[in-house]
Design a protein around this ligand. Sequence first.
Ligand code: NAD
Length: 253
Amino acid sequence: MFDEDIEELAGLVQRARRAVVFTGAGISTESGIPDFRSPGGFWTRYKPIGFGEFLASEDTRLEAWRRFLVIRQTIGDAKPSAGHIAVSRLYDMGHVSHVITQNIDGLHAEAGVPAERIIEIHGNGTFAKCLSCGLRHEIAWVSDTIERTARPPACTSCGGIVKSATISFGQAMPEQEMADARAATLNADLFISIGSSLQVFPAAGFPVLAKQNRTPLVIINREETGLDGLADLVMNAEIGPVMSALLARIESA
Ligand code: NAD
């Protein structure tokens, strides 16, 4: 079954010139970054802090930053997984046009996909931004400020609230990235979802949009997703072995 599915997937990818790869936290678990919903995932330990709560109280902002810095430590030590590397190779071979990612860990770029081909719809956790003037602040500066003052950081330029450059629950989605992701999806000749539970909307709307546009849809995820019924090919398997076998199959063709 595995071999037959790899054969089918390889055929789809080899024919594709504008495939969109859509990734979730599952592609980074093999890099040592826990996902949200699996046992041991962040959500089993911390209830997420929504954007409204973050804005409403300085104490909540301090708690949100403390949690973020723990996550950041894990992300900072992580290296791209076999999945990230395979996606980057498929881009190099001319099969993939864009990577749309829900991840904030920067590992697609580290694996070699050019930044202008990566659409980060939930932002980027490798830096912070002032919510008022947009000035960039480094995470190391945030960490030092919290250690020195035991208070959440304020913008060095305008005094505004500084937040990681990620999208929290309740925060508006980034307009440019959403428009770019929509355009890439509508232009795609294949849409592959890798390592996403496809439960978080509007992100999970992209595979639906691809299908509505009659684009073949592949879902690769350890557990079933709510959108499996829409897909042309579903592989409930580990990402590393699937993507490594796919790459080997295409490279030997
Ligand atoms: P999710 O946690 O809801 O789903 C991840 C899915 O990946 C799960 O269904 C799980 O079964 C599957 N999975 C995990 N490891 C796998 C593996 N090795 N092989 C195959 N499948 C595997 O994550 P999501 O769908 O991305 O959505 C939740 C939100 O979490 C997103 O907004 C994302 O921004 C955020 N998040 C990001 C990171 C990161 O940047 N690395 C980490 C945790 C959460």
